[in-house]
Design a protein around this ligand. Structure first.
Ligand SMILES: [Zn+2]
Length: 242
C-alpha cells in the first residue's frame, strides 16, 4: 500500500460517499474505508467510479478472498443504503456515572446518582435529547431535523441512523457531520463515550417550536432568545415551554 493510495482527494471521496449512500455498499454501516475495486497496483489512480465504500469486516473479507470482487462490484452498483434510504444502524457506546451535554457554548452535567434519566433538551414537555441509564447501559436518544421537519439523523437508544438524502454525511473519528451543500453544515455532533455528547450545529424541533444550535450559542427561534456560555452542574439540561 503506497502513500499515494491513502491520499484520495476530498472531492473524489465525497463523490464516492454520495454514490455509495454514505455507508458500506454491502451492509450500509456508517464506518467504512475507501476501497479501490480494481487492484491499486494495476490502476494507480484515484477515479471515483473505481472506488467504493466497505466496512472493516467486508474490507477484510475482500482482502482475504472470502468476498468475491464480483459481489463487491454488484453491491457498488446497487448500494445497500440507497435501497433502504437510511444508513444501517450503528450502535454507539456510552458509559460513566455522569453525562455532559454541550449545545453551542452551553453545557449541562447530569449525575446519574440523582436520577437514571437525564432529559437534556425538552421542548413543550417532550424530551428531544435524552440520556438514560438502564442497568449498566447508558443510552442516548435524539433527533435532528431539517427546517422542513424532515429527519436528518436520529439516535434511538444509542442506535444511530441517518437519512441518506443529505448532500454529504461523514463520520470521522468521533464526529458526525451532515452537510446540505458546500460550507453548509446542517448537523455537527461529537460523541465522547465517557463524557457525553457535543452538538455544535443542529436544529431541534417539536410541535412547530425550533431550537437552533450554532457553535457559539443556542437560539430559541420563537422567543428570539440566544443563550451562550452557560454551565449548569447537576442539572440534565434545558427545558423550553411555550
Ligand atoms: Zn459492510
Amino acid at each position: 500500500m503506497g502513500e499515494s493510495r491513502r491520499k484520495i482527494p476530498n472531492p473524489i471521496k465525497r463523490e464516492v460517499r454520495q454514490r455509495c449512500g454514505f455507508g458500506c455498499v454491502i451492509c450500509g454501516l456508517p464506518l467504512y474505508e475507501y476501497e479501490h475495486m480494481t487492484e491499486w497496483a494495476k490502476t494507480k489512480r484515484h477515479v471515483a467510479d473505481e472506488i467504493t465504500l466497505l466496512c472493516n469486516r467486508h474490507h477484510a473479507e475482500k482482502t482475504r478472498g472470502l468476498l468475491p470482487i464480483a459481489d463487491v462490484v454488484k453491491a457498488n452498483e446497487n448500494p445497500k443504503n440507497l435501497r433502504s434510504g437510511d444508513s444501517a444502524p450503528y450502535d454507539l457506546h456510552f458509559s460513566g456515572e455522569t453525562c455532559l451535554v454541550s449545545m453551542g457554548s452551553n453545557r449541562a452535567r447530569h449525575f446519574f446518582s440523582q436520577s437514571p434519566v437525564a432529559n437534556a433538551l425538552v421542548i413543550d414537555g417532550f424530551p428531544v435529547i435524552k440520556f438514560e441509564k438502564i442497568s449498566d447501559h447508558l443510552l442516548l436518544s435524539l433527533r435532528i431535523e431539517r427546517r422542513d421537519g424532515k429527519r436528518i439523523l436520529e439516535i434511538d437508544n444509542n442506535e444511530l441512523k441517518y437519512s441518506i438524502d443529505s448532500w454529504d454525511i461523514e463520520l470521522v473519528g468521533t464526529s458526525l457531520t451532515v452537510r446540505g451543500g458546500l460550507r453548509k453544515i446542517l448537523a455537527e455532533i461529537k460523541f465522547d463515550p465517557t463524557q457525553g455528547v457535543t452538538i455544535s450545529r443542529g436544529t431541534f424541533a417539536r410541535a412547530g417550536h425550533v431550537i437552533r444550535v450554532e457553535p457559539d450559542y443556542m437560539f430559541d427561534e420563537k422567543r428570539n432568545v440566544r443563550m451562550s456560555n452557560s454551565f449548569v452542574d447537576g442539572c440534565p439540561g434545558w427545558a423550553f415551554a411555550f
